[in-house]
Design a binder for this molecule. Structure first.
Ligand code: DX5
Ligand code: ZN
Length: 219
């Protein structure tokens, strides 16, 4: 399993410091949370800040769009040539069109699901997705408690992917930390996003290294 630190949980007055830490700890991806104050009740950052992040990291970006109408600024996000971009199932009407747009630009395309959205809504589109992001908190804030039934969703999704012989990856986001890392990994997750579980602890660099070592590399 890979580890994607969420810089939303870092000291945003020192983003470069957070990115340096991710580089030294060999983070697999940098998870970037975009919020619009409509889809989620919070604002974070958008293209101008991601441009700064992109300039100061060598690590691949994983852009998580928690916005309504994600198609509107999609060209700007794709221009960073991120590794992955995810859009919420709940936030857009023409999901198939948007996924094709992302994939046509050579970027990995994913769909994020809120905790209450069942994985079965992706049944038809699953084969075209590079990954599915299972939210294990209600999106909008770092530092919330892990929603336990999301692990059942991961297991069901993993089964579906295997039954169909697909290569779709599973990412989980929210409330993941040292205390639940093993059960998250064992449920079938390929990439775990970790925010306050890294940036909210006493020694974030040691924690990132420890999480990576414990996560193993199964993906
Ligand atoms: C929540 C964001 C998450 C968040 C994770 O809306 O999508 O990426 O930053 O933070 P933790 O790991 O603290 O729950
Ligand atoms: Zn996120």
């Amino acid at each position: 399993m890979q580890i994607a630190p969420s810089v939303l949980a870092a000291d945003l007055g020192d983003l470069r410091g957070a990115l340096d830490l991710c580089a030294r700890g060999d983070a697999d991806l940098i998870h970037v949370d975009v919020m619009d104050g409509h889809f989620v009740p919070n604002l974070s950052f958008g293209p101008p800040v991601i441009e700064g992040i992109d300039r100061h990291t060598e690590q691949p970006l994983d852009i998580h769009l928690m916005v309504e109408r994600p198609e509107e600024l999609m060209d700007k996000y794709l221009a960073f040539n991120p590794h992955w971009v995810s859009v919420h199932f709940e936030a857009t009407t023409h999901l198939d069109r948007l996924i094709n747009l992302i994939k046509d630009s050579g970027v990995g395309a994913g769909v994020a699901l809120n905790p209450a959205t069942p994985i079965e809504v992706l049944s038809d589109i699953l084969g075209t997705l590079d990954f599915v992001l299972i939210m294990s908190v209600n999106p909008g804030f770092a530092g919330q408690p892990f929603v336990r039934y999301s692990l059942d969703k991961v297991r069901r999704l993993k089964r579906l992917i295997e039954e169909r012989g697909l290569h779709t990856k599973i990412e989980i986001d929210g409330g993941v930390a040292g205390r639940n890392l093993e059960e998250v990994r064992d449920s079938g997750v390929d990439v775990a996003v970790v925010g306050s579980g890294i940036f909210g602890v006493e020694d974030p660099l040691a924690e990132l290294r420890d999480l990576r070592a414990r996560a193993g590399d199964q993906s």
